[in-house]
Design a protein around this ligand. Structure first.
Ligand SMILES: [Zn+2]
Length: 403
């Protein structure tokens, strides 16, 4: 393939990826964002329209002058599979390049079973076989753990009971597709950045509250993974000098004080809920105006607010997105969170926006699919060999003249 044709294909892929990540765009937007000349954009988009990969949409409103014609992705051309792995179930979604979820499924799963890996690869390849898109770019997997080596997809996860599991390799063999695996909070931050409240923001935090407390950090437009992929573990900020023993082994971590099991334990001890009751019961009594239950959430919110204030002072995000199973009770958390956050951040950051997103379980799986959908934009090559394979699939399908 001649160099000029490689460059053309790369530019075509970049146009598709940009529209996938940022939504319908005008030719002028594309030229500006991709640093290509308007004449070249006109030529490339004409080809893409001709190939049926792009569609002309309504004109965008503009102040004065002629409204610009918007170009969008043709529905059904490119998609990715996202898989969220939990200890007891798998959530699978199929997502188009524009972020639209076209299919979802939840399957029972036992991460500790000796046949867990085979069960997972069978489930994922069955799901891929019924794709609604013409071209599947790859499979993204989000899990509560750590990917030791992205190229092989070797996974460590205390929560799933997996040690050095070659998950990526097994899934690639089973599906024949590129496979990208990441910690699920990182994947969620990516989904927020591509399709959620974070869209259009280069610096924001995603805070998840539920069984654990976690954060995804987006800084300078990219998800911050840190040296070992473990950035954002705010649940393990040391808070109480001689606090309870945390899952991680340390004393008095934030999560040991405000994670789901800590809230349940306090509520049971104080007789707010029965000895067998759980977080749903606590949320229900809090919503029923039970003051003790509301105080438990507000105190948790207060500790979270102070911890997040420290993160805000350190990283200077413009937005905090709160989500997770626990966000259902955010009205009660916020009673403590809001005043603690505003009082503890530096005065310039006092107006920081806090957005709460309604909980959808498939959001995590959509995050996993985003690992694939964002790779065309992965200029730093974080996704390595698998990301290159995703880009190759995009370019191959987009090439009008594959000579
Ligand atoms: Zn800890």
């Amino acid at each position: 393939m001649a160099i000029s044709s490689v460059r053309t294909d790369t530019n075509r892929a970049a146009i598709l990826a940009h529209i996938g990540a940022h939504g319908a765009s005008s030719r002028a937007d594309l030229a500006r964002s991709l640093g290509l000349s308007p004449a070249l954009i006109t030529k490339l988009t004409r080809d893409l329209l001709g190939d049926g990969l792009l569609t002309e949409l309504e004109h965008s409103p503009s102040r004065g002058g002629r409204p610009a014609q918007l170009l969008g992705l043709t529905a059904g051309s490119f998609g990715a599979i996202g898989v969220k792995v939990a200890p007891d179930h798998l959530t699978l979604v199929e997502v188009g390049l524009g972020g639209v979820v076209t299919r979802t499924a939840t399957e029972p799963f036992d991460a500790g079973h000796t046949m867990a890996l085979a069960r997972l690869t069978d489930t994922v390849s069955d799901f891929c076989a019924n794709s609604t898109h013409t071209n599947l770019l790859g499979v993204g997997v989000g899990l509560p753990g750590n990917v030791l080596e992205q190229s092989a997809g070797v996974v460590d996860s205390t929560q799933l009971g997996w040690s050095q599991l070659p998950l990526g390799l097994a899934l690639r063999k089973a599906t024949g597709l590129p496979v990208l695996i990441d910690n699920n909070v990182n994947a969620l931050a990516l989904a927020e950045s591509l399709f959620g409240t974070g869209r259009g923001h280069d610096n924001f935090l995603v805070v998840t509250i539920g069984t654990g407390i976690g954060a995804g950090i987006v800084a300078g437009g990219a998800v911050v993974r840190g040296h070992s992929g473990n950035a954002g573990e705010i649940g393990h900020i040391p808070v109480a000098e001689n606090g309870p023993r945390c899952q991680c082994g340390a004393l008095g971590c934030l999560e040991s004080l405000i994670g789901q099991s800590a809230l349940i334990e306090t509520a049971r001890r104080e007789g707010v809920i029965g000895a067998d009751a759980g977080i749903t019961a606590l949320a229900t009594v809090a919503s029923g105006a039970n003051e003790a239950a509301q105080r438990i959430f507000a105190e948790a919110g207060h500790l979270l607010g102070r911890a997040i204030a420290g993160v805000v002072n350190t990283l200077d995000p413009e937005l905090i997105v709160i989500l997770g199973e626990g966000a259902e009770s955010w009205t009660h958390w916020s009673m403590g969170f809001e005043p603690a956050l505003r009082a503890s951040v530096m005065s310039r950051k006092r107006g920081i926006e806090v957005a709460v997103e309604g909980w959808q379980d498939d959001r995590w799986a959509q995050g996993a699919a985003s690992l694939v959908l964002s790779t065309p934009f992965d200029a730093d090559g974080v996704s390595g060999e698998q990301g290159r394979l995703v880009r190759a699939r995009l370019i191959d399908s987009a090439a009008s003249d594959p000579s």
